[in-house]
Design a protein around this ligand. Structure first.
Ligand SMILES: [Fe+2]
Length: 593
């Protein structure tokens, strides 16, 4: 009988607050994985038990809960006891004896639950899904991040760094991985947290923590070196392998750190996020610089100490692709694997891999672990909704021509991606060649800050032609400088301030249809690249179902929607007049009938 393991990351009570997810392992291999937000439709699914994600895992193999051999939780609340003194100190900070007593009581109750009934709440939530509830085992948060960065890396031995805001008592952990598994070398405990440091910077600039960090990274290149800001910053934090950011992070949350920044810099936090003056751009620049020099020093110190040149990263901070670029370019580093689901949703994957022998885990090359929808489902949905559609004889050629003529295309294919990036299955695509194209995506589709860059998908074999120090980069989690002679070909997907780009390299093995589409675009335009941004409206999770894609298509300024083999156009086009062979019961282009 096939052995199934279900791993899931809850975001309730003691189990953290954001990015819940679930993954189903079949004989040790992940066969399904999804973030709860993709089903609940609430971004980051804050304070949510991943019930829909668990049910989607079971549905994928037509299982009931009791068919699962065991359940793995990538978080062990019992390990929180190490940070109990910090909780007590935080509890003592509210003014007045009543406030203190109430906070202390809350702390005592929480800790008692963690020690004596660590999985009680989880068991009762699972009993609503099915009984009997299979045995539940817990694994440490950072060990699961570490397994997600090492086991599927393809490396025999590697330095592994896991960096986030906090998992139990850990904030940053240095690991050594080899064929026997993972060994913990150094732990930077809460509250000495780089994730929380960058979250405080993010909130000081007006964005929300665990949400706006990528925007701060994108803002940083618009800033410059600024000795005044840097001097003041360095009085608050010390960087490098023995970093200490606790002057900012010593209280959980961001209020204390923001107050410290306001005092040190004599400026209030930004109340109009997205609209930055030069000082704020310089501030982002310096914050990113301090983060980079700290992580780089940890990497270089431990890689030389261990004599390893391969590095794996996970944890929310590993989503920082500018940081990842610095690590990849280090002379001490030969190769880097960044877990594409680096944030907490990826813990479900790490938990499932952690107990396995690393050499038996195949190298991870795609993240297509979510649900898919058949042509029949889609045709029925279109007909029920009286949506005119067509079915081009050569879909990739048809869509490539539309893109080359400036259309903004919603592209929905195959299985939903796990992780924060759309990688050609739930993507909005556009011509990468001009700044006007980028502006058009901003104006008609994404409704976001104009200074933020878009990213490209390009054929893997073309990467050396377009990127300096090119390497396969299938997950859009690393940045590269574009070659000067190619910058005019891909103006829409460069960071305007520094000429870098965050590519997805595509092979025929990883995604055959997407590969064919980009190849067709190349045969028309000479450029083997597309602008690829996630298929979602502002502040919404990436679309999961065809109905969600259809709603976004009509709610945004997209021209063309591709759902598997079917095409929907908002207006008749030249391409659709000549290329559609099967018009179903409805038609794409009424004018040609
Ligand atoms: Fe984490």
């Amino acid at each position: 009988m096939t052995a199934y393991t279900l791993a899931f990351k809850p975001a309730i009570g003691l189990y953290g607050q954001h990015d819940p997810s679930a993954a189903l392992f079949e004989a040790g291999t992940p066969v399904f994985g999804i973030e709860e937000e993709r089903l609940s439709r609430s971004k980051h699914a804050v304070n949510t038990f991943p019930e829909q994600a668990i049910e989607a895992c079971l549905d994928h193999r037509d299982l009931v809960l009791s068919d699962v051999e065991r359940i793995l939780l990538p978080y062990d609340p019992r390990l929180q006891r190490k940070i109990l003194p910090h909780y007590i100190r935080d509890a003592m900070s509210p003014p007045g004896i009543v406030g203190k007593l109430s906070a202390l009581e809350q702390t005592a109750v929480t800790q008692a639950q963690a020690q004596f009934r660590p999985v009680h709440e989880i068991t009762s939530r699972l009993a609503d899904i099915g009984t009997p509830v299979p045995p539940i085992e817990t694994r440490s948060h950072h060990a699961c991040h570490a397994a997600s960065a090492f086991h599927p890396s393809g490396f025999d031995r590697a330095l592994i760094l896991t960096i986030d805001a906090k998992g139990e008592y850990d904030s940053t952990v240095v690991w050594y991985g080899d064929e026997t598994g993972l060994r913990r070398l150094r732990t930077y405990e809460h509250p000495n947290s780089l994730g929380l440091f960058f979250a405080i910077v993010t909130e000081y600039l007006g964005y929300r923590m665990f949400n706006g960090e990528g925007k701060v990274m994108g803002l940083a290149p618009y800033g410059n070196e600024n000795p005044d800001i840097e001097r003041t910053f360095r009085r608050l934090v010390s960087t490098g392998v023995d970093y200490d950011v606790t002057d900012l992070t010593k209280r959980w949350g961001t209020d204390h750190g923001i107050a410290q920044l306001e005092r040190a810099f004599g400026r209030p936090r930004n109340e109009s996020p997205g609209d930055f003056d030069q000082w704020e751009k310089n501030f982002a620049y310096v914050a990113q610089k301090l983060l980079e020099e700290t992580v780089l020093d940890i990497v270089e110190t431990y890689s030389s100490r261990l004599g390893v040149q391969k590095v794996g990263l996970a944890g929310g901070v590993a989503l920082n692709c500018k940081l990842n670029k610095r690590i990849r370019e280090s002379p001490r580093v030969d190769d880097v694997f960044i877990q594409p689901v680096a944030h907490d949703a990826g813990l479900a994957l790490g938990a499932g891999w952690l107990d396995q022998s690393p050499s038996e885990v195949p190298k991870m090359t795609t993240v297509y672990l979510g649900p898919e929808f058949s042509d029949e489902d889609i045709r029925e949905m279109l007909e029920t909704n009286k949506i005119p559609y067509g079915k081009p004889a050569n879909l990739e050629r048809y869509v490539a021509e539309r893109l080359a003529n400036g259309a903004l295309v919603g592209w929905f294919q195959g299985r939903l991606e796990m992780g924060p990036r759309a990688l050609g299955n739930r993507s909005i695509l556009a011509d990468p060649r001009t700044v006007e194209s980028r502006d058009s995506v901003n104006r008609f589709v994404k409704h976001r800050e104009e200074w933020r860059p878009f990213a490209p998908s390009l054929l893997e074999e073309a990467a050396p032609d377009y990127l300096e120090n090119a390497a396969p980069s299938p997950f859009m989690i690393d940045a590269f400088r574009a070659r000067d002679e190619r910058k005019n070909d891909i103006a829409a997907v460069l960071h305007p301030a520094d000429g870098t780009t965050r590519p997805q390299t595509v092979t025929a093995e990883q995604n055959p249809r997407y590969y064919r589409l980009i190849s067709k675009f190349e045969s028309i335009t000479g450029v083997p690249v597309l602008l690829n941004t996630s298929f979602n409206d502002h502040a919404e999770p990436i679309v999961t179902t065809p109905v969600e894609a259809l709603k976004d298509f009509y709610g945004m300024g997209l021209d063309t929607l591709v759902l598997e083999d079917f095409v929907i156009e908002k207006a008749p086009t030249e391409e659709s007049a000549g290329d559609i062979t099967d018009r179903g019961s409805a038609i794409l282009n009424r004018t040609t009938e």
